[in-house]
Design a protein around this ligand. Structure first.
Ligand code: SF4
Ligand code: MG
Length: 330
């Protein structure tokens, strides 16, 4: 099958003094082999928690996966032992973050960290691991890999650190690379270079990429398909070109309208924004979670949550505007 990762009805809740927060509230999507799938939404939509749930790196004191299935080539990751999931994390799925300093250890050199990562999974000599690490640094476009091997993370620029992080992520030859806002902390020109790098290593390593981003510009440039999340739920998903051409869900439409366009010389401050805020995960409205912000809200929207329904071959949308029940109302 061409499905690498198959997520069904994933629910990740946070149990806090202020009650239960349904951060991920019944999410379904698939990542196909060789594709880049983007998850997009404003902050607080549950996209990072979805990514952390796949790798089971949630803060266990408060966060728990309470339901669903995460199949990696047929194996349910939620049924694995801690030891087995650690193996998946190092060998099948790698993750890179917005700020590489959070995953690079400041007291070890880049060379040390990448070769250690290699040695965890390969029975090879230390010197061979060192050579392999240096090869990976050169593969990710670091100009003087031999010198960078001996550098500490703080000695690198943000862009070079992200490249080093990508080299480390590649060291286990993963099937899936999860990239959570990988370019958000970088300058615009560096952002484009890092996204190009991710795209090129995806092809070279035959991986799939799950890209978490709030930036539709990045989605347009880099992703094949996109999942739009709002308040812990998928509200629309489909092929990137088709969604940019004809977004169905009012939230997706709002995101697109508030996206800066390169071909228009428009100051960012003049862009329309979606009025209002994502509701807190422990304080969501009745009905469609988007209705307080939706310019097209109808009576039924305030009462009942719409289902995710399929439109055409490749599009899903969760909105009463596209469900037959709603048409009885008018
Ligand atoms: Fe807007 Fe109603 Fe659709 Fe929700 S279901 S997005 S409120 S039209
Ligand atoms: Mg995030």
């Amino acid at each position: 099958s061409d499905v690498l990762l198959d997520i069904t009805d994933l629910k990740t809740y946070f149990f806090t003094e202020n009650g239960v927060s349904k951060a991920v509230d019944g999410v379904d999507f698939q990542v196909h082999k060789g594709e880049t799938l983007a998850i997009v939404g404003e902050s607080g939509c549950g996209k990072s928690v979805t990514a952390m749930s796949i790798l089971q790196i949630l803060d266990k004191a408060v966060g728990r996966i309470v339901g669903g299935r995460i199949l990696l080539e047929g194996t349910n990751l939620l049924e694995l032992s801690n030891r087995e999931i650690r193996r998946i994390r190092g060998k099948e799925i790698s993750m890179i973050f917005q700020e590489p300093m959070t995953s690079l250890n400041p007291v070890f050199t880049i060379g040390n960290q990448i070769s250690e990562a290699i040695l965890v999974h390969q029975r090879i000599a230390k010197s061979a691991a060192w050579d392999e690490a240096q090869r990976l640094l050169s593969l990710v476009g670091i100009p003087s890999p031999e010198r960078t091997m001996r550098d500490y993370p703080h000695q690198l620029s943000g862009g070079m650190r992200q490249r080093a992080m990508i080299a480390m992520a590649l060291s286990c030859n993963p099937k899936l690379l999860i990239a959570d806002e990988p370019t958000t902390a970088l300058d615009v020109t560096i952002q484009a270079q890092v996204m190009e790098l991710i795209d090129s290593v995806k092809t070279q390593f035959g991986m799939s990429v799950l890209l978490i981003t709030h930036d539709l510009g990045v989605v347009a440039e880099s992703a094949d398909r996109v999942v739009v999340m709002y308040a812990g739920k998928v509200v629309e998903q489909g092929e990137v070109g088709a969604i940019f051409e004809n977004a169905l869900h009012p939230y997706t439409q709002g995101l697109l309208q508030s996206m800066p366009r390169l071909d228009e010389d428009q100051p960012i401050g003049d862009l329309p924004e979606i009025a209002g805020m994502v509701p807190m995960a422990n304080d969501r409205p009745e009905g469609c979670y988007f209705h307080p912000r939706c310019p097209k809200a109808m009576d039924i929207c305030r009462q009942q949550m719409p289902e995710l329904t399929t439109h055409g071959e490749t599009r899903d949308v969760r909105c009463w505007l596209y469900t037959p029940e709603a048409s009885n109302e008018h």
